[in-house]
Design a protein around this ligand. Sequence first.
Ligand code: PLP
Length: 360
Amino acid sequence: MAHQWRGVIREYFDRLPFTESDPIVTLGEGGTPLIEAPALAKLLDVGSVHLKFEGMNPTGSFKDRGMTTAVSKAKGKGAKAVIAASTGNTSAAAAAYAVKAGMTSVVLVPAGKISWGKLSQAVAHKAQILQVRGNFDDCLRLARELSENYPVFLVNSVNPDRLQGQKTASFEVVDVLGEAPDLHAMPLGNAGNISAYHLGYKEELEIGRIKQLPKLFGIQAAGAAPFIQGSPVSKPETIATAIRIGNPASWDLAQEAKRNTDGGFGSVSDKEILWMHRFLSQECGVFVEPSSATGAAGLFKLSQKGELPKANTVVITVTGHGLKDPDWALKDERGRQIKPKRVAAQAASVAEVIGLERNK
Ligand SMILES: *Cc1c(COP(=O)(O)O)cnc(C)c1O
């Protein structure tokens, strides 16, 4: 029988805190492609760029890596319900993995600030969805309080089981490259992901699979950039809803990731994010949600300012799939709606509209 990828817990069993008797709740997450992007390497003026395309996970974002571990652990402890605060992707993942585990799920999302694609996933997987009058930070505070006082299990990235699962992405990068990249960038929101990559790479260094840590770069949206400001932002605002977070839970871990790897934080405007969103689709063939373009946009900005550290190999994690939030792809550079042209059902009229001349 052909080999099928078995999900991150089974694939990295000896690297994760699980025993043979623990239940494993998986949808086959992980094993996502590392896609070479020469157009981006040229743009950034570096040796090579690989995109770690996390949109290829079962629910379309990297959150699945942490949800398999968090929900498996919750099941092992007898949990019947999970709760998550979410900007969208955590709720999609929590809802799907809860179904697989035979549990119910409750998700708290900021009212009106979640994309339709993500909301549809949570609805499809019959989560109890509550729109909180507040932002993500309010949702997380509520979810924490509820999990402390009621029989619901918290599966946000403040749950350390989440980071354990998410660290496997760095293992996969090393599996493919055979070494660590010189530099690894990603969007930075609640800061669970950069902390998880740091954890994973540190473990790879300890067991001698890599010789040095990659410089870790976390890039924020300018309107939600507490790491640039140096303190929480009370009213975060950006079209990149997945990173619209003002008070990151993994603050200290992210600071440590930056310091320990000689990495950096950066921020980019929504305009810069959307420009890179389009570049990734049109020049690299990789369709991501706008938030996911933030890492690449940040490196581009650094390179334009001559501040990008010298790097031969660069990895950029693109965190979620473009179909999550497709509205942005349907707008042109000036924000006008794109509508496919209508044509008559005749080859000659199609050829005319697209400007083709008949073969001689
Ligand atoms: C969650 C998420 C992020 C932010 O990751 P953090 O761990 O919160 O820093 C970025 N992009 C997408 C698509 C996400 O779903």
